[in-house]
Design a protein around this ligand. Structure first.
Ligand code: SF4
Ligand code: FES
Length: 234
């Protein structure tokens, strides 16, 4: 198949108003991914085209971008099944663009740090590991799959409106630790959750779940966090 890639270009040395779509013809093959096509464009047509990638296996989360209007991982989205003759590629929305498809993830990681995404437990560690029953693990198994790609936060209208909102990705991490039987940090995470830029900014729009490449039940986890906060405080 011959497909035209319309790729958003932004040069940080020029005005934002000078950003534009550049068209690149690509001859595709079965199994070719969006990332393969971008690498091909960079190798054969424009070496200055900028985008992020690392693992090429849907694990590192670095290649998230907007593919024909939907946030997706470029390395796992195949071109031909999309059945388009023209594919529009944009950077993740809601973040400052550094160049072309690369966005500034600093605010994303700052929001993540605010929810303390690590095990908090002041008790001395036992001789072996801190044990967990199968039922306890089941509670957190789903969000453990998060690869921090930011597709969810970037697709959330509440985040577009309020960039101080910690966002669905950070809230999913907060759930993952608050509901971990080995963690004692729920109290330390309370202020950032029970806040107008925290849990209550989620209006259950579900864009996050449509965008998540790991099919994590983000909205359900946020809802359970809301119930936990109400039970503790109200
Ligand atoms: S919850 Fe899903 S969409 Fe959000 S950062 Fe994690 S893997 Fe990406
Ligand atoms: S390159 Fe790592 S998730 Fe796509």
């Amino acid at each position: 198949m011959h497909i035209t890639f319309k790729v958003r270009r932004f040069d940080p040395n020029k005005e934002a108003s000078q950003a534009f779509y550049q068209e690149f013809p690509v001859k595709t093959q079965p199994g070719m991914t969006i990332l393969d096509a971008l690498i091909d464009i960079k190798a054969r047509q424009d070496g200055a085209l900028t985008f992020r990638k690392s693992c090429r296996s849907a694990i590192c989360g670095s290649c998230a971008m907007q593919i024909h209007g939907l946030n997706r991982l470029a390395c796992e989205t195949q071109v031909e099944p999309l059945k388009k003759t023209t594919l529009v590629i944009d950077p993740l929305p809601g973040f400052r663009i550094i160049k072309d498809l690369a966005v500034d993830m600093e605010s994303f990681y700052e929001h993540l740090a605010r929810v303390k995404p690590y095990l908090i437990n002041e008790e001395p560690p036992p001789a072996r590991e801190r044990l967990q029953s199968e039922a306890e693990f089941k509670l957190i198994e789903d969000p453990i799959a998060c690869i921090l790609c930011a597709s969810c936060t970037s697709s959330c209208p509440s985040f577009w409106y309020d960039t101080e909102y910690v966002g669905p990705s950070a809230l999913t991490k907060a759930y993952r630790y608050n509901f971990d039987s080995r963690d004692h940090g729920a109290g330390e995470r309370m202020e950032v959750l029970d806040n107008k830029h925290g849990l209550w900014r989620c209006h259950t729009i579900f864009n996050c779940m449509d965008a998540c490449p790991k099919k994590i039940k983000i909205t359900q986890h946020i809802s359970n966090l809301k119930k936990m906060v109400v039970a503790e405080r109200y």
